[in-house]
Design a protein around this ligand. Structure first.
Ligand code: GLC
Length: 425
């Protein structure tokens, strides 16, 4: 097969339209409930981690409820951890028994019903797949591995054969891209930089080229992220909000930032740094105003439920999206001629030629826009009430050349972030 397939790109047209997705991190780490890296952070050997497999019993798991929550929040795609670094698989893979369908108390495939539930609501399907694997016997120790400080364990390193792991990885990705119908995104995580005595892992170790070729064959059009160390369709900064449109070698790229509600991706019972609903909404707006997507994470608990803190925020996002999704879907960064006023974010829909001014803080009565000649009509998006504006000075309102002074109600509308919708001339 020729290498040109590596240059073949996925279909990102729906992706850059839909803008908002749900990340789901779910695995055995939801039982210790203290971060999905708990095995690595605490150096837990396999035999001590086994208790989580033995006690995994998500009896309240209802993927229909998850999909409803995502749809209500306005999320248009979801990305589920088919396997995280711990190695536990949510689907009934033939390559290992370390999977949900072999757990003694639950014993069922978790992935198929999830894919069906989300797909039935028109939500696109994404598979996160960890390149790291802390349970595979041939996976060599690196600086992220739970056994990196365990001298006994390290004695066996020379007997390991990463080629076997590569085969395993390939086989599992083949399953994921052939057994579940159309998959819209495959989201790999991640390539490891060398550190101290440990070598890194990247495209050679993962067999990235072979993986990409196989995936493109099985799923033409699929969106592949950047973490295989061969850049493909999207770039994925995490937990940090970029200052501007993400660029690579000076060029604007298709990008998606992922964020957690709190400080952990997996369910973390005691973690308290939960972002407010307002912050989450502002993250979404800020991302779209810079031409990107937001993938916002939920870590379901070990009984299979989204916890109340997540549901509260998803509901709040949904309330806002119900009236404001027009400023998100199909929108992107506004052309430079539209100068953004202070404490605001602009988004722009090139199809409808409407501009959206998101007011991060509510001004006192007036807001000035420096592109008066472009404004046809203005209204608040939440209730379609007219926003009147003046383009010439009066005795008490001074407007500069090509400036419009918009008059806002004294009281902030009862929405987290009010938006002015401008019909451009
Ligand atoms: C990091 C972490 C991981 C999480 C991911 C999401 O790479 O290793 O736990 O799944 O970020 O982007």
């Amino acid at each position: 097969m020729s290498d040109s397939i590596l240059k073949q790109k996925g279909d990102t047209s729906w992706f850059t339209h839909d803008r908002f997705g749900m990340f789901i991190h779910w695995g055995l780490y939801s039982l210790p409930a203290r971060h999905e890296w708990v095995r690595s952070y605490e150096g837990i050997p396999e035999k001590d981690y086994q208790k989580y497999f033995d006690h995994f019993e998500p009896d309240l798991y209802n993927p229909e409820a998850w999909a409803d929550a995502a749809a209500k929040a306005g999320m248009k795609y979801f990305v589920i951890t088919t396997k995280h670094h711990e190695g536990f698989c949510l689907w009934d893979t033939k390559y290992t028994d370390y999977k949900a369908s072999e757990t003694p108390l639950y014993g069922k495939d978790l992935l198929t019903p999830m894919v069906n539930a989300f797909r039935n609501r028109g939500i696109k399907v994404g598979f996160y797949h960890s390149l790291l694997d802390w349970s595979h016997p041939d996976y060599t120790v690196d600086n992220c591995h739970p056994m990196r400080n365990n001298k006994e364990y390290l004695k066996n390193e020379s007997k390991k054969n990463m080629a076997n792991y590569r085969k395993y990885l390939y086989g599992q990705v083949e399953e994921l891209t052939t057994l579940f119908g159309k998959i819209d995104i495959i989201w790999f995580d991640f390539s490891i930089a060398p550190k101290g005595e440990f070598k890194g892992k990247g495209k050679k170790e993962w067999g990235s080229e072979e993986l990409i070729k196989m995936i493109r064959k099985n799923q033409p059009g699929i969106v592949i992220n950047d973490r295989l160390q061969i850049p493909q369709d999207t770039f994925t900064p995490e937990q940090n909000q970029p200052a501007e449109w993400h660029t690579v070698k000076g060029k604007k790229v298709t990008w998606e930032v992922c964020h957690t509600f709190s400080g952990s991706w997996g369910y973390h019972r005691d973690e308290q740094t939960w972002k407010s609903t307002e912050t989450c909404i502002k993250l979404l707006i800020d991302t779209v105003s810079k031409g990107g997507n937001l993938l916002l994470n939920v870590g379901p608990n070990a009984r299979g439920e989204f916890d109340s803190r997540a549901i509260y925020r998803l509901d709040g996002l949904g309330e806002w999206m119900k009236r404001h999704s027009r400023s998100i879907y199909g929108c992107t960064e506004a052309p430079k001629e539209f100068i953004c006023p202070k404490d605001c974010r602009l988004t722009y829909n090139p199809e409808t030629k409407r501009l959206y001014v998101h007011l991060f803080s509510w001004p006192s009565k007036h807001i000035y826009l420096d592109f008066a000649d472009k404004i046809g009509y203005a209204q608040l998006l939440n209730d379609a009430s007219e926003v009147q504006f003046k383009t010439s000075s009066t005795w008490n309102v001074k407007v500069k050349k090509n400036q419009a002074c918009l008059t806002l109600p004294e009281l902030k509308p009862m929405v987290e972030v009010p938006v002015i919708e401008i019909f451009l001339k």
